[in-house]
Design a protein around this ligand. Structure first.
Ligand SMILES: N[C@@H](CCC(=O)N[C@@H](CS)C(=O)NCC(=O)O)C(=O)O
Length: 168
């Protein structure tokens, strides 16, 4: 199985799938394609029909979206254990992941993942609002538990791999 990713310092979308596979020690071959170079789209086209990372190639199956990849890994390789067993907790995880997947546009645009960069920021109201929203989600998940105790919903789940990095 091949996981096609961008640069680990910049591509949080890639890291969702990478963190999940790595956490659960599922064997995979990492194919790294540095993004935004002269011919990265040509290199990506071999693996990803959307020309985005991550992409997963497993035998004859190609998947090109981090949420689909994460669900697939959970079902195919982890007997569904990458999400909590309780339906209501699992449903919360879906809500968290979907909010991260489709939202936080200010964070995505203004605070793109870049593990190598340090910079001063002017945080406007819209960005601040989204930062508060992340805080609120984490506070809700940790309600009644010590915040450094463990993962968002107890055991490590897809939700953690989605929130460990966000933005670009
Ligand atoms: N919905 C996709 C989004 C993936 C995505 O936007 N990936 C960025 C990572 S930086 C990418 O490949 N960008 C390259 C480009 O836009 O050319 C997913 O969840 O996998």
């Amino acid at each position: 199985m091949q996981l096609v990713i961008g640069n680990k310092s910049y591509s949080s979308w890639s890291m969702r799938a990478w963190v999940l596979l790595t956490h659960f020690k599922v064997e995979f071959e990492e194919v790294r394609i540095p993004l935004f170079t002269a011919d990265y789209q040509r290199a990506l086209a071999r693996y990803s029909p959307s020309l985005k990372v991550p992409a997963l190639v497993d035998g004859g199956l190609t998947l090109w979206d981090s949420l689909a990849i994460s669900e697939y890994i959970s079902e195919k390789y982890l007997q569904g254990t990458a999400l909590p067993e309780s339906l209501s907790t699992r449903a919360m995880c879906w809500a968290y992941c979907c909010e991260m997947h489709s939202g936080f546009l200010e964070i995505r645009n203004q605070l793109p993942m870049n593990c190598r960069q340090r910079r001063r920021l002017n945080i406007g109201a819209a960005l601040q609002g989204e930062i508060h929203r992340v805080d609120a989600l984490w506070a809700e998940a940790f309600k009644g538990r010590a915040s450094d105790e463990d993962y968002l919903f107890g055991e490590f789940s897809i939700t953690d791999s989605f929130f460990v990095s966000n933005a670009c």
